[in-house]
Design a protein around this ligand. Structure first.
Ligand code: HEC
Ligand code: HEC
Ligand code: HEC
Ligand code: HEC
Length: 135
């Protein structure tokens, strides 16, 4: 009887540990997101299409947790941590999380530059992404 009690406790313990992990994995990706903050206007981002373009490799854009500020969910919103001005301990501001000042390097341009060179309609110009109507 006592042995059974222990087993029940152990099983319950595993259940408690697995719970939050399962919730993290089940977070559903949005169809489209409008990313805001730039004075030039918001960016309409087709998440579903981009998942495909990245071959379902989420880590193309969502990096793993880093020691300076740990993730609270596996694909947490970038701007929860990357703000307009980087506040210590953060050094990468919102713009830099997505692209450098000239859109030559970063999360978005690294792929867009290659794809555009291959003839795809991947935007490289500021106003092809940042639009006043995306408020
Ligand atoms: C091409 C880049 C890119 C790829 C690839 C990508 N994501 Fe995202 N994802 C984003 C961006 C950008 C956002 C919006 C972040 C924000 O609002 O700050 C986002 C948001 C999300 C969110 C919503 C977070 C929230 O709390 O609102 C989830 C969930 C998510 N992504 C899951 C995934 C999963 C799962 C995959 C892989 C199958 C994936 N993403 C692949 C760029 C990407
Ligand atoms: C929980 C906080 C958090 C979230 C959410 C987050 N990051 Fe980061 N990110 C960090 C930390 C911490 C660093 C390292 C310190 C720094 O560079 O400021 C970092 C660094 C970076 C860097 C610099 C290069 C590198 O890898 O070190 C880029 C680019 C970046 N993040 C992009 C993104 C993008 C794009 C998203 C959303 C898809 C995102 N981050 C979501 C915390 C976060
Ligand atoms: C492929 C689309 C894309 C292109 C092209 C692009 N951006 Fe961005 N940019 C983004 C996204 C997404 C963000 C994150 C959302 C935000 O911060 O407004 C961002 C962020 C920014 C920010 C930071 C705003 C803040 O929240 O602090 C500035 C400034 C900016 N971009 C300027 C530019 C300029 C200037 C160009 C042209 C040289 C450019 N962008 C080209 C997608 C793009
Ligand atoms: C893995 C490659 C890849 C990455 C990473 C990527 N894109 Fe794209 N994106 C493309 C391609 C390819 C297109 C061209 C449209 C097509 O072929 O469907 C595109 C098109 C777009 C468009 C035009 C409208 C649309 O959705 O078709 C926007 C806006 C855009 N991307 C924003 C972004 C932003 C913002 C980021 C960074 C968070 C980003 N992309 C990262 C591949 C990528």
């Amino acid at each position: 009887m006592r042995k059974l009690g222990y087993i029940v406790l152990i099983v319950a313990g595993i259940g408690l540990m697995a719970g939050p992990v399962a919730i993290m994995a089940q977070q559903t990706a949005p169809e489209t997101v409008i990313l805001k903050g730039a004075p030039m206007g918001g960016v309409r981002f087709d998440h579903a299409a981009h998942q495909e373009k990245a071959g379902q490799k989420c880590e193309t854009c969502h990096h793993p947790s880093k020691p300076e500020r740990a993730l609270t969910s596996e694909q947490q919103r970038c701007q929860d941590c990357h703000t307009t001005k980087a506040e210590a301990p953060m050094t990468t501001k919102a713009q830099a999380a997505f692209h450098d000042p000239m859109f030559k390097k970063g999360t978005c341009p690294d792929c867009h530059i290659t794809e555009a060179a291959a003839g795809k309609l991947a935007p490289l110009k500021c106003n092809e992404c940042h639009k006043k109507e995306n408020v």
